[in-house]
Each structure stands twice: as structure tokens, then as C-alpha cells.
Design a protein around this ligand. Structure first.
Ligand code: 0RQ
Length: 502
């Protein structure tokens, strides 16, 4: 502990998790560190779960992104969370959101910092921040995520630090903390390539705001991704072939452009696909570094990887955190305001790869709402990237729930990424490059190349009738029928239309 707590004047701030949790007041807004189960505040929230057994305490919780079970499961189940933002991915919290027991503000992850600056989110009474160290000159070194912690630290009235000594000391030095100033007065962000460091190795805070320090040894919950299967492997191969054709066309080189890839099993499998490819010297400029990125660093394929968090399975946690020195000069963790900043995504020319729940025949993408109503996880950073990337790619299997659901529908039941933000679609069936195409040109590629064979005929039938009915309007639809596939799913548990003699 002594080594990690470099600023000796703070030693008398060390308290128990219970004492720290007692400082949180009912009805307040609390910021917490954590991004996709990495670097979460853990022990103070769990003490709050205990406190809530005897006393009413309900708060609004804002974080970087989804947190592990301590907050998004246990704290939610204890009834402590009134409002949650900007991203979650937990079954318990999802259930409560969809039963109106928690209100959820699902937002672009790059937008949160601006909302804090403007006071739309706030006043933030407390920030609970997991750190690996506090340096002699007063820098707080976050652990394996940065998320929104720097902006919360600037605006929060009080800061509670969870000093987690189980994280490796080698994390010190991998962060690059740069916080833009007020809008209208700020400079351009001084980054012209993804490998550049532009800030400090920790978060500079007003030390008077540090109210308590809790020593913790609680590990992060591991990521839950499953290994690639035949279909995700196929999607990866299709995508690699697409990159090859872009190289032939002179639009990319073998190093591609900085890669962003979303969370989840599909996105991880797609990145894994690079391992046996000819691509090399790759740079990753993403939100989350999942297992695949470290495997690619080991394989000599990725030369540098920047993000705002590191989220690994148990196996990779052991491998990476046990040898962090090996990766230290190849990785960098930034605030999510920077990793997801439109200015940088556009300037650096990112290739972004995110997962869709469903998409429609014109290329609109739904990433969040099952049948337009039930929240799954949230938009996360997918919108930050898709709209501003050089190439906005969406991947999804062409079907879900054993084939009862077609991921390609006449009209999406909720839109997260409009047709204007979606460049390329990949399913296990094939690819649709939508760039430069008008809606009616897109239909052909999406249905023929990407839809599951079981649904192709049904999609063509809808489109052809919509074309006739509208006299070939710009974007043909039959409004009475556009969402009938979802209605059919709700009634009959399938999107498959009954055949005439069935
Ligand atoms: O549910 O396991 O209960 O069957 O959705 O789907 O295929 O396992 O894919 O884990 O990669 O998640 C879009 C949810 C995909 C995720 C989404 C059901 C399916 C399964 C999961 P079951 P898969 P993944 C960076 C960028 C938005 C945020 C984002 C996501 C479950 O990728 O949340 O991109 N993305 N952030 O059966 C009903 C459909 C369905 C369906 C799939 N059409 N209808 N259910 N499912 N398609 C990260 C951050 O920003 C932090």
C-alpha cells in the first residue's frame, strides 16, 4: 500500500468501504469509474448494497460504460439505482430497465463529458474512482480503464478512491490523460496519429476533493465472450477479402487504417481473423481492447493499440496482467472522450466494426432495441464511430434464435445508425458494400448477399410489392406492413410468413 500511496498527506484519508459508503447521500448523482467490466468501482458500491438493506438510498449512477456484477447487478437489484447512464450490459439491470424499475439514458459515449461540462449531468456529488496508485505529485493513476473518470473528477464535489492493489503496478505509465477545455474556447486536439501521447499518465485532481481512500484487492469480473464459431470465422474471412479488394482499388494499404472494433463475441472473432492473414503493422484505435488484440500483438500483427479500457477473459487476464511489461510500450488507455472523439475518428480515418441486432433492406441499423421496445445493452460508442469513421462496418449473423428471427427486416423497429452512417454490412452469408449507392441499389445487395436463404423470398416479396404500391418511390415501403415481421414474431414466435397452404 505504501508504494501505491505516494502522497503521504493522504494516508489519514484511508477508511473502510463501509465508512466510505456512508458518505453517499440519498438522491444524489454519483459518477463511477469503469468501462465494460474493467476498472470498475467495486468495494464501495458493494458496501452500499449492504447499507441499502437497512436504509433508503437511491442514486443516479453515471459511468464510462457497462460495469460488472457489483454495480449493474447487485446495486441494481438492491434498488439503489434510480437512473443509469450511459451504457449497461447486464441481465439484471436490463430486466429492471424493461420493467420501469430503473430509468436509463442510453447515450453516445463521447457525449457524456460535454453534458457534464454543461451541467446537464450533475451536480455530481461523488466520484468513486478505482486507481492503481496515487503518485507523489498527486496524479491519480486509473486502473485498466479510464472512461469518464477525468471529467467526473473535474466536476465532482467529492472523490472517493478505491486504491486497488491487486492490479499490476506496471499499469502506471500506460495511460494518456488529456481533457479538452470548454467548448468555444478549446484548441484542436493535438493528435495526428493514433500512437501519439498528448497528456499525462494520470488524472490531476484538486486534492482537497479527495474525501476517502479505500484499499481494495477485488479483481474485475472477467469478460464473457465466447470463442469464434464457424459462422463468425466466415464473417472474418469475408471482411478480410473486402479489405484485400480495397487495397487492390488503391484505397487502403496492407497496414489498413486504425481499427476500432466493438465489444462482444462477434467483434472479437472478426479481429481474431487477422491472426493468420497477410495484414501487418496494424494499429488499433478502439474503445475496448478484448482478447483478440493481445493475441494479435503476440502474433506480431498489431504494432500499437489504444482504447479506453482493457476487458479480458479470465485466461487472457492471467496472460496479459502477468506480463504487462511486455505490452507496456504497445498499448495506451485514454479517456473515452478522446478514444471516441469525432474530431479524431475523422482525422485518423478509422475503420470501425460494430455489431447490429437487426438491419433493414435500405441499410438502417438497430443495435439496441429488441423488437423496437426492449433495451438490450445500449448504443455505446458504435454511433460515435460509425458516423465519423472512414469506413463504418456493421456485422451480424443473418438470423437469431435458431432461425426464427431474420436479422434483415423490411424496416428496423428502432434506428440507432441511419442509412447515412452505414457503409458496409457483413453477415455469415456475405457482404454488401453500400457506399455510393441509392436505396433501391442497396436493396439488391443486402437481400442477395446478406440475408439468410430462408428469408430472401419473403424480403423480395415485400420490396417488390412496396415498389409497385409507391410507384417506385425513393425508398419504397408499405407502412401497414413494414413492421409486420416483428408483429408476427410477437404473435407466433417467428418472422417466417405462413405459406398459403400451411
Ligand atoms: O441473445 O444469447 O439470449 O440468444 O442478442 O447476440 O449474436 O450473441 O452477439 O454478443 O456480439 O451482441 C448488438 C447486442 C450483439 C451488441 C449486440 C440476440 C441473440 C443473443 C446477443 P441470446 P449475439 P453479441 C462498442 C460498441 C451495441 C453497442 C455497441 C451490442 C443476443 O454488440 O450491444 O456496438 N451492440 N457498442 O440471440 C432479437 C434480433 C437479435 C437478437 C441478436 N434481431 N432480435 N434478439 N439477438 N439479434 C462497445 C461499447 O460501446 C461499450
Amino acid at each position: 500500500v505504501e508504494k501505491r500511496l505516494g502522497l503521504k498527506q493522504l494516508v489519514d484519508k484511508v477508511v473502510s468501504a463501509e465508512e466510505a459508503a456512508a458518505l453517499i447521500q440519498d438522491g444524489t448523482v454519483v459518477g463511477m469509474s469503469g468501462f465494460t467490466r474493467a476498472g470498475d468501482a467495486k468495494v464501495v458500491p458493494m458496501a452500499l448494497v449492504e447499507r441499502a438493506k437497512n436504509e433508503k438510498v437511491k442514486i443516479d449512477v453515471y459511468t464510462g460504460a457497462s460495469l460488472g456484477p457489483e454495480v449493474d447487478n447487485h446495486l441494481a437489484a438492491a434498488g439503489v439505482i434510480n437512473k443509469r447512464g450511459p451504457f449497461q450490459g447486464d441481465a439484471v439491470m436490463r430486466g429492471m430497465i424493461n420493467k420501469d424499475q430503473i430509468s436509463y439514458v442510453d447515450a453516445h459515449l463521447s457525449h457524456n463529458a460535454e453534458l457534464v461540462r454543461q451541467g446537464v449531468i450533475g451536480p455530481i456529488k461523488h466520484l468513486i474512482l478505482e486507481a492503481v496508485a496515487i503518485t507523489e505529485d498527486g496524479l491519480i493513476i486509473p486502473s485498466n480503464s479510464v472512461g469518464n473518470s477525468p471529467i467526473f473528477a473535474e466536476y465532482a464535489e467529492n472523490i472517493i478512491i478505491e486504491l486497488n492493489i491487486s492490479h499490476p503496478e506496471a499499469l502506471i505509465g500506460i495511460h494518456d490523460i488529456y481533457v479538452p477545455g470548454e467548448q468555444g474556447k478549446r484548441d484542436a486536439i493535438p493528435m495526428t496519429n493514433a500512437e501519439q501521447r498528448i497528456g499525462e499518465i494520470g488524472i490531476r485532481v484538486d486534492l482537497d476533493k479527495i474525501q476517502a481512500i479505500v484499499i481494495s484487492e477485488e479483481p474485475d469480473a472477467p469478460s464473457l465472450i465466447v470463442p469464434p464459431d464457424e459462422e463468425t470465422q466466415n464473417m472474418a474471412n469475408i471482411l478480410l477479402d473486402f479489405f484485400r479488394s480495397e487495397i487492390k482499388a488503391g484505397r487502403l494499404t496492407n497496414e489498413l487504417m486504425p481499427l476500432q472494433s466493438g465489444v462482444g463475441s462477434v467483434a472479437n472473432a472478426v479481429l481474431d481473423g487477422f491472426a493468420d492473414s497477410e495484414f501487418e503493422n496494424l494499429v488499433v484505435a478502439s474503445e475496448v481492447l478484448q482478447d483478440a488484440v493481445f493475441n494479435l500483438i503476440d502474433a506480431g500483427k498489431v504494432r500499437f493499440a489504444a482504447a479506453t479500457s482493457i476487458t479480458l477473459t479470465e485466461e487472457l487476464q492471467k496472460k496479459v496482467y502477468g506480463n504487462l511489461e511486455k505490452y507496456a510500450d504497445k498499448i495506451c488507455l485514454r479517456p473515452q472522450e478522446i478514444s471516441n472523439h469525432p474530431e479524431l475518428i475523422r482525422r485518423l480515418g478509422l475503420i470501425s466494426i460494430n455489431t447490429a441486432l437487426e438491419l433493414d433492406i435500405y441499410g438502417n441499423v438497430n443495435s439496441t432495441h429488441v423488437s423496437g421496445t426492449k433495451m438490450m445493452n445500449g448504443i455505446g460508442g458504435s454511433g460515435d464511430f460509425a458516423r465519423n469513421a472512414r469506413l463504418g462496418i456493421f456485422v451480424t449473423k443473418s438470423y437469431a434464435k435458431g432461425g426464427a428471427i431474420s436479422s434483415i427486416v423490411p424496416m428496423v423497429s428502432h434506428v440507432d445508425h441511419t442509412e447515412h452512417d452505414v457503409d458496409v454490412i457483413v453477415t455469415e452469408q456475405g457482404i454488401a458494400d453500400l457506399r455510393g449507392l441509392a436505396p433501391k441499389e442497396r436493396v439488391k445487395l443486402i437481400i442477395e448477399n446478406c440475408a439468410h436463404p430462408d428469408f430472401k423470398e419473403q424480403l423480395w416479396d415485400y420490396y417488390n410489392r412496396a415498389y409497385e404500391a409507391t410507384g417506385g418511390a425513393h425508398t419504397p415501403h408499405i407502412l401497414e406492413e413494414a413492421l409486420s415481421w416483428h408483429v408476427n414474431l410477437a404473435k407466433n414466435k417467428t418472422m417466417k410468413k405462413e405459406t398459403a397452404n400451411a
